[in-house]
Design a protein. Structure first.
Length: 262
């Protein structure tokens, strides 16, 4: 039976079961992370390219939905970094560290966006009232009024669009505050759900990335230990098979001559 060589031990690590198992988990979560980036990018592009009134109404949370465009680009770039690191995790551990660190950064950013959205809902009635009176165009208000048969914000005397069918009907007295708020809350729930899902996937990627890093570090330690053991054994074997030195031969000759003199 042939003994293991140093090169064989150094190249066997790619087949080690711990790294192989951690790599499969890592690639699974990385695939989910890549898909989430495509979904976020698609949502952002869908909003940016929307032209009709049904799309423009998303201006209720326009900044939040535009954030998905940035989020998708960031996640896709980060996922590409993770794919490059996954091709040779033992040699590209630094890329793995960058990959895990950048995911942690985007999770913190998503947390900040969630907090920002939450603060907007603390005074949601007045916030969207100000938006209705000073920020929104007549097209946006007209869509709310005609779709929900309401006029103005608090009442038909609160910044109405006189050309809407609802405002032309004098029997309609109630405003559009509750339809606006319900729609905004539905958009917020959509954004919260997306951020929660993306955050969960990000945490899974961080955990599997750290597990892969731990297994790679352990495998590297074992490889170095095996390499040191083989070098030590090779050096010991070389000393055992080395011929006697010239100094030892000289000492033996001098001792032989001394014996003959006496």
């Amino acid at each position: 039976m042939s003994r293991p060589t140093l090169d064989g031990l150094l190249h066997r690590s790619r087949l080690q079961p711990n790294i192989a198992r951690a790599s499969w988990y890592y690639k699974g979560w990385l695939s989910a992370y890549l898909i989430s980036g495509l979904v976020a990018l698609s949502l952002g592009a869908y909003y940016i390219n929307g032209k009709d009134g049904e799309h423009r109404v998303f201006i209720v949370t326009g900044h939040s939905l535009r954030f998905f465009l940035f989020l998708g680009v960031y996640i896709l770039g980060n996922a590409i970094l993770g794919v490059i690191a996954a091709l040779a995790p033992l040699k590209r551990r630094r890329l793995l560290y960058y990959y895990v660190g950048t995911i942690a950064v985007i999770i913190v950013i998503m947390l900040c966006v969630s907090i920002w959205l939450w603060t907007r809902t603390l005074n949601i009635h007045n916030y969207y009232g100000d938006m209705w009176r000073s920020e929104w165009t007549d097209d946006i208000k007209l869509m709310f009024e005609d779709k929900n048969m309401c006029c103005g914000y608090l009442s038909r005397n609160d910044s109405p669009v006189s050309s809407s069918a609802a405002c032309k009907d004098t029997s309609i007295k109630h405003g559009c505050m509750y339809p606006v708020i319900f729609y905004a809350q539905r958009c917020h729930r959509f954004i919260y759900a997306g951020l929660i899902v993306f955050s969960i996937i990000g945490v899974g990627c961080i955990v599997t990335g750290m597990l892969l890093l731990i297994d790679c570090s352990e495998e590297d330690r074992v490889r170095l230990s095996q390499a040191h053991h083989l070098r030590k054994r090779a050096a010991s074997k070389a000393r055992d098979t080395r011929p006697p030195s010239s100094s030892s031969s000289t000492i033996s000759t001098n001792a032989y001559q001394l014996n003959h003199l006496y």
